[in-house]
Design a protein around this ligand. Structure first.
Ligand SMILES: C[S@@+](CC[C@H](N)C(=O)[O-])C[C@H]1O[C@@H](n2cnc3c(N)ncnc32)[C@H](O)[C@@H]1O
Length: 258
């Protein structure tokens, strides 16, 4: 199948960026593998999982069904962290998934060190592999833990300069209405509870004791969560500044102790 034919097939299947995707697929596959890849894409299986790797910030990540596909909007969180972290900072990345937030921050701030947490062993294994392929594994500690519960005892109070987190934040009832492709991503990476705020609440209540005195919390938030996160921050004694993403939507909340 040539590129024009593939573009036509993808368009017919309702894929928006058909020409761009056809180019990526023909670069990555040929012969039967290409035919199979096009069929899967026409069935709305995510392009990123078919390719097996995806670029985020300045790094390349292995991706599969155990992780959320890194989104360009999340680069705002990374960019903010890279600019804000103090010299030699040790930071936490809660709900690390592919590891993209911690790893791109480490790769672009060689003076920093990270502990990255996820609930699922296979997800954490993928993050560990990504830390290796991006040459930051000496500064990346993966840790299996439940962010909705209190931190494990091996993490000490007053030690981290920042908590970074892009947690699941979609309201449970909204998840089934999302794009077809999203259905192939882990549900646990999306569902933030009935009001979408379960993880923000748990982090502010249980994890901020690990922060040093001037420590900051950097959250990615949903486009409609500025008010909720500002109110939640105030309740726990934090100020809250919100930054917008490339599309002009509210996206990153920066919380500091009052
Ligand atoms: C929205 S994804 C974000 C992944 C990555 N940080 C990113 O920005 O692409 C949320 C991640 O939280 C993890 N997760 C879900 N529930 C969790 C829990 N209770 N404790 C720790 N991690 C959890 C999921 O496995 C998923 O990797």
């Amino acid at each position: 199948m040539n590129r024009e034919k593939i573009t036509a097939r993808l368009l017919e299947a309702g894929i928006e960026n058909a020409a761009g995707e056809a180019a990526l697929l023909t670069e990555a596959f040929d012969n039967e593998a290409l035919t199979r890849a096009v069929e899967r894409r026409c069935a709305h299986y995510p392009l990123q999982y078919i390719l097996g790797t995806w670029d985020f910030y300045r790094e390349r990540y292995k991706v599969n069904e155990h992780c959320l596909i890194p989104r360009s909007d999340t680069e705002i969180l990374v960019d903010t962290a890279i600019k804000m972290l103090p010299n030699g900072a040790h930071f936490l990345d809660l709900c690390t998934g592919s590891g993209c937030v911690a790893i791109s921050t480490l790769a672009n701030r060689p003076d920093t060190v990270a502990t990255a947490i996820d609930l699922f062993p296979q997800t954490l294994a993928l993050a560990t592999e990504n830390a290796q392929s991006n040459n930051v594994s000496a500064r990346f500690t993966p840790l299996l833990a439940n962010v909705l519960e209190a931190p494990p005892n091996l993490l000490f109070r007053d030690t981290f300069a920042a908590i970074l987190s892009n947690p699941p934040y979609i309201r449970d009832e909204v998840v089934p209405t999302l794009q077809q492709e999203v259905a192939h991503e882990p549900r646990a990476a999306l569902c933030g509870g009935p009001d979408g705020l379960d993880f923000y609440r748990a982090i502010l209540e249980k994890w901020t004791a690990l922060l040093s005195r001037d420590g900051a919390v950097l959250f990615e938030i949903g486009y409609d969560q500025k008010q909720d996160i500002t109110a939640l921050a105030a309740k726990y004694g934090y100020t809250c500044d919100v930054k917008k993403d490339f599309g002009g939507n509210d996206r990153v909340a920066i919380l500091r102790r009052r």
